[in-house]
Design a protein around this ligand. Structure first.
Ligand SMILES: CC1(C)S[C@@H]2[C@H](NC(=O)CCCC[C@H](NC(=O)C[NH3+])C(=O)[O-])C(=O)N2[C@H]1C(=O)[O-]
Length: 351
């Protein structure tokens, strides 16, 4: 692959650091031309004490946005949707500004506010208030429209779940199907992702899975088991369930052109910086991280109550990493888990 071998000691250390930062468990799976390497730490279930298992399913949060983006871009390839058309062309009257285009949604430049900031301002009460709720897409969009916009359409990057809720509405309008049908027939079945599913509004993670544990805002308060929820507050922006192996398959299939024709993959990979550090970029429902060794990796991160996820591949798809920690609302654990990227793709640090 031309990459240095993964640093498996550093990979394990990143997982241990994630536990030290408050995660009950963590895992990482690397796949590529050099085979598969896995590491685990801690437990997938605090009550039974069952060890973390790289075969376990878990909630992937906003990695779902990349699945939604692939479906939408396939619809663009099929001439059913145009990226630079206004959203209101397909969903008349939905948005208060005809200038907001489909591409603005996919690049988080629509200016639509993210309703989850208010929804989860108080972490556990916010979660308990919605964990069993079923929202309609329109309800979620209205929550956003009740708040001021973050900027003019196309002006600046401002991450918002609302954008990919509207992407879900566009998919359903253009196909006449619920998004689950489009995920299944366009991605899950063709790639044989047997541990990936979109079960909204069911609250359970079926089969072998990790339980997720949410850190309350109050220091020292006990973790909350947040495993079971509808994730209806996110849906096409964050409700997918998957596994490390399936995410490895998905991100490598994406960058190697198995899901999109070249011209659409190129559009998806056309990146703009998300901040002043100029090391993190966003394309169309896809992140690019530029690592310290000069390698760029493509994929997405996820944060959903009880689960942090990283799912990335090199541009040539020759190496992929999926990493998960079964906690959230603990930034230090998310940062520690992010250390798996350097270990997986940059290998041993020069001494
Ligand atoms: C941009 C992100 C980080 S946030 C966005 C989406 N996740 C959410 O919007 C959930 C936010 C609340 C989650 C909760 N936090 C609180 O309640 C804080 N008060 C917790 O940590 O479990 C996702 O996933 N994306 C991440 C992404 O794309 O990486």
């Amino acid at each position: 692959s031309g990459l240095p071998a993964p640093d498996l000691e550093a990979l394990q250390a990143a997982l241990q650091n994630t536990l030290a930062a408050g995660a009950p468990g963590a895992m990482a799976r690397i796949s590529g031309v050099d085979g598969v390497q896995t590491k685990t730490a801690g437990v997938r279930d605090k009550v039974s004490g069952a060890a973390m298992d790289t075969d376990a399913r878990f909630r992937i949060g906003s990695v779902t946005k990349t699945f939604s983006s692939v479906v939408l871009l396939q619809l663009v390839a099929e001439k059913k949707i145009e990226l630079d058309q206004p959203v209101n062309h397909y969903l008349p009257g939905l948005l208060p500004d005809d200038r907001i285009t489909v591409r603005h949604l996919m690049t988080h430049r629509s200016g639509l506010s993210d309703y989850t900031n208010a929804m989860f301002n108080n972490t556990v009460p916010g979660f308990e208030a919605v964990r069993n709720k079923v929202f309609g897409y329109q309800e979620l969009v209205q929550l956003s429209l009740n708040e001021p916009r973050t900027g003019e359409p196309g002006a600046a990057y401002s991450y918002s779940n609302t954008n990919f809720v509207v992407v879900g509405m566009l998919i359903e309008k253009a196909t006449g199907n619920p998004v689950v049908k489009e995920y299944d027939r366009r991605i899950i079945k063709p790639l044989k992702l047997r541990n990936t599913s979109y079960v909204h509004p069911d609250t359970k993670i079926k089969g072998l899975h990790a339980n997720g544990y949410l850190h309350p805002d109050e220091a020292g308060a006990p973790l909350v088991d947040s495993t079971e929820q509808t994730v209806s507050w996110a849906q096409s922006a964050g409700a997918m369930i998957s596994s490390a192996a399936d995410l490895n398959t998905f991100t490598s299939a994406l960058v190697t052109g198995r899901l999109l024709p070249p011209q659409l993959l190129d559009q998806m990979l056309t990146m703009t910086p998300t901040d002043a550090t100029n090391t993190r970029f966003y394309g169309l429902g896809l992140r690019r991280y530029d690592l310290s060794c000069g390698t760029s990796v493509y994929g997405h991160t996820g944060t959903v109550q009880g689960f942090y996820t990283y799912a990335f591949s090199t541009r040539d798809g020759k190496r992929s990493l999926a990493a998960m920690a079964n906690t959230s609302n603990r930034g230090s654990a998310n940062t520690a888990l992010g250390g798996t990227l350097e270990a997986a793709f940059c290998g041993k640090k020069p001494v």
